[in-house]
Design a protein around this ligand. Structure first.
Ligand code: NI
Length: 200
């Protein structure tokens, strides 16, 4: 084998390994400790409406860390638990650290989660929490960018009381809007706080 052919093959193998690593990162997940985090292709532009009715994009949060979670206010269990963990973690930060991060709850159920509904929900968890909603298409685009999964369950329920299946991951995005790390469902508040203290 000539030297040049060997080098080309080696380069292909390295790229393939890096790509595999990137895609294995999310499913494998962690509680936010991986060093190759920057490679994960999560995040991107979004256009949504916040809980005060203001239209916002990712640029409105530039310069701050975003602690983002996708869910819905009618969620009986998973979302309240996750948002409580976020709130509890934030309460363990110093005022300086807290000032650097915005907790953001993005609904995957814009049909019911209007800005008004979001406004009556997010402050229960944390005074700094921002609720984001939008049109079906806007929410779909944001969720896709963040690799958040969701699907309506019992869409035909006669009482309209459908639920949403959804992934339960809290993403930490940097002041530049790029992915920093994520926290899988079940991460304890103390562990999240410890990681945030290292990163913020
Ligand atoms: Ni939920």
């Amino acid at each position: 084998m000539s030297r040049i052919v060997f080098i080309v093959i080696a380069a292909v193998v390295v790229v393939a390994a890096a790509t595999a690593g990137r895609y294995m990162m999310m499913p494998g997940g962690s509680d936010g400790g991986q060093s190759q985090a920057a490679r994960v292709q999560v995040g991107g532009p979004f256009t949504l409406t916040d809980h005060t009715g203001k239209r916002v994009t990712e640029k409105d949060f530039a310069g701050k860390y975003m602690l983002m979670y996708f869910g819905y206010t009618y969620c009986p269990d998973v979302c309240p638990t996750s948002l409580s963990v976020v709130a509890e973690a934030l309460d363990q930060l110093s005022p300086e650290q807290l000032a650097k991060v915005v907790p953001i709850f993005v609904t995957v159920d814009p049909e019911r989660d209007t800005p008004e509904v979001m406004a009556s929900y997010v402050p229960h968890f944390h005074s700094t929490m921002v609720g984001l909603t939008g049109s079906e298409d806007e929410v779909k685009a944001a969720a896709r960018a963040y690799k958040a999964f969701y699907a309506k369950v019992n869409a035909d329920a006669p009482d309209g009381n459908y639920t949403m299946d959804h992934s339960s991951i809290t993403y930490l995005m940097g002041p530049d809007g790029l992915y920093v790390t994520h926290f899988n469902h079940g991460t304890e508040a103390a562990k999240m706080a410890a990681r945030l203290k290292e990163l913020l």
